[in-house]
Design a protein around this ligand. Structure first.
Ligand SMILES: Nc1ncnc2c1ncn2[C@@H]1O[C@H](COP(=O)(O)OP(=O)(O)OP(=O)(O)O)[C@@H](O)[C@H]1O
Length: 309
């Protein structure tokens, strides 16, 4: 388990990470999501002992990263795939990882096969594409057969096939009881991969919960013959209504609640369906801009602020 408790990092007067708390459980993939500059990398650097916190603490399996006797055997960390030495070949890179962890060199060859770049084993990493470096980086994280993975923007530079491959690999890792924490600034990228989301904006956690929970909050999409009459009926029934760019309404409620409110007011519906997370992107922007206002610190507060806006 990864545990982050009241973690804060200040650079002079600037607070990059502000009282962040979350946990990542075995058997799950947690997405750490936020726009550029939100504080994701700083948090991951603190978890992995590369930056010291101003306040708070982080543990991996109950102990601090710096106290792990052979960290690579416990947690695979990839913070910057582009940082690999450009003059070494992929094989040399992984052989070095193997040597540092006291593993046999042949493991490097097996790993290159596993991450799909065996045919580039003897090429210099400087000539790899970013997607190939990500594969190599993921290979390096897996060398010590760890129970946890911490990956900063692992999908950066990967093509759709690469992203699908990585998704399968991480799913399989979590399925076998592993714990994964991965960051991204793109909601669409993590949505299909993760079980849980921790959303960060302006250094603060603005929402966290299971993906299902956060998706559920998206309610239903509804349209009627008389849009303004339908809106009056829904709001009259106490349902919060968001007008979509295409003129439909997204409603925080169930199809039954919406159907009943419309029927009571004699409104004819032309469409009523689950929003299928279509609004999760809106939620992401809403959540992160809410953090700039310092308004919402939890899903509950955000939900409240959406109801009253
Ligand atoms: N060493 C440092 N000194 C001063 N400010 C820093 C330092 N490191 C990070 N910051 C600032 O802290 C904030 C958070 O940065 P961080 O790299 O953690 O964001 P991020 O969410 O990972 O963004 P990105 O997706 O762009 O990598 C940014 O405003 C950044 O400029």
């Amino acid at each position: 388990m990864i545990s982050v408790e009241n973690l804060t990092k200040r650079y002079s007067a600037f607070t990059a990470v502000d009282d962040v708390t979350f946990t990542c459980e075995p058997g799950t993939i947690t997405g750490f999501l936020g726009p550029n500059g939100a504080g994701k990398s700083t948090t991951l650097r603190m978890i992995t002992g590369l930056t010291s916190p101003t306040a708070g603490r982080t543990t991996i399996g109950g102990i601090g990263y710096a106290e792990l006797p052979n960290p690579g055997r416990v947690v695979g960390v990839m913070l910057d795939a582009a940082a690999q030495h450009p003059g070494r070949t992929g094989l040399e890179t992984l052989r070095l990882s193997a040597a540092l962890m006291g593993l046999p060199g042949r493991r490097a060859d097996e790993m290159l096969e596993r991450v799909g770049i065996a045919d580039a084993a003897k090429r210099r990493v400087g000539n790899y594409s970013l997607g190939m470096r990500q594969r190599l980086g993921i290979g390096a994280t897996l060398m010590g057969d760890p129970q946890l993975l911490i990956l900063d923007e692992p999908a950066n530079g990967m093509d759709p096939e690469g992203i699908r491959w990585m998704r399968g690999l991480l799913r399989d890792f979590a399925h076998r009881g592993g714990t994964v924490l991965l960051s991204s600034h793109l909601l669409g990228e993590v949505q299909a991969t993760v079980d849980r989301l921790v959303v960060i904006g302006g250094g603060q956690v603005v929402a966290q919960g299971s993906l299902a929970e956060l998706l559920q909050r998206q309610g239903v999409v509804v349209r009627g013959l008389d849009p303004s009459g339908l809106r009056r009926a829904l709001e009259g029934a106490g349902l919060a209504v968001d007008v979509q760019p295409d003129g439909g309404y997204r409603v925080d409620g169930t199809a039954e609640q919406v159907g009943r409110a419309a029927a009571l007011a004699g409104e004819v519906l032309t469409e009523l369906r689950d929003s299928d997370g279509a609004g999760l992107e809106d939620l992401f922007f809403e959540l992160t801009s809410a953090s700039d206002r310092g308004a919402a610190t939890s899903v509950a507060q955000l939900a409240e602020s959406r109801r009253t806006n």
